[in-house]
Unconditional design. Structure first.
Length: 235
């Protein structure tokens, strides 16, 4: 994995985080929920490894890859079954290691933070509130439906709300789609391999890939602190 270039962080004014798989460690719940659907619709179950190797957007295409017959069973019906289990349990999923420390470091450095997710915005808001994280984000953006098609349009709207130079926003995600979303609006992408796709899949995007959020913390804390010191003539 590549170390994130601290010099690139010097110009970052805002960090947008994906939610599922990036800040929230929900991979086990997602695999279990998919396998409940598999049993219901007569499809072979998947392992965690198979899930991470196959996962991609749009989610309907991902299910087709796993063997679901979307002509026989409408995707909306599969999603409904999935969410019956996932939404009932997602608030119990833990945060990934380093989330709180990273948000603290961003606040100390004067870097704004927001969330952009393919989750339904109502569910997203509820879970963030349950985790006592909702007040920490300037903007929380989710979808208005449960089909998880893409979040490119929502990213464009968020960029308008953020204003400023798009390249000065860092988008941290866990899928190649997150890299595509970042490029679509001019954000700087950064991917972590602790979520819904394997490191090999992520590296194929050409983006910097970290083993976890903790690898970003020293860069954010150390580099921004050094910048502040230089501005104040302390070094």
């Amino acid at each position: 994995m590549k170390t994130f270039d601290a010099k690139r962080l010097m110009d970052i004014e805002h960090i947008v985080f994906d939610w599922n798989g990036t800040l929230l460690d929900d991979i086990e719940l997602a695999v279990k929920s998919v396998n409940l659907c598999a049993r219901r619709f007569d499809v072979a179950s998947v392992t965690r490894e198979r899930y991470r190797e196959a996962f991609h957007f749009p989610i309907a295409s991902f299910y087709a890859t796993l063997g679901f017959d979307l002509e026989r069973t409408p995707f909306a019906e599969i999603v409904q079954r999935y969410l019956e289990h996932f939404d009932a349990n997602v608030a119990q999923c833990p945060l990934h290691d380093g989330v709180t420390a990273l948000l603290d470091a961003a606040a100390d450095a004067g870097v704004g933070v927001s969330v952009l997710s393919a989750s339904h915005r109502d569910t997203l808001t509820k879970v963030l509130d349950a985790k006592a994280l909702l007040p920490r984000f300037a903007h929380v953006v989710g979808l208005t439906h449960n089909l998880a098609t893409s979040k490119t349009a929502e990213a464009a709207l968020l960029q308008k709300r953020l204003g400023g130079e798009a390249a000065r926003t860092l988008f941290v995600g866990d899928t190649t789609h997150d890299c595509e979303v970042a490029h679509s609006v001019g954000w700087t992408p950064l991917l972590v391999s602790t979520g819904h796709q394997t490191a090999a899949r992520l590296l194929s995007s050409g983006a910097t890939v970290l083993n976890g959020l903790g690898e970003l913390l020293p860069t954010l804390s150390g580099e921004r602190a050094a910048i502040a010191c230089r501005k104040e003539g302390l070094q």
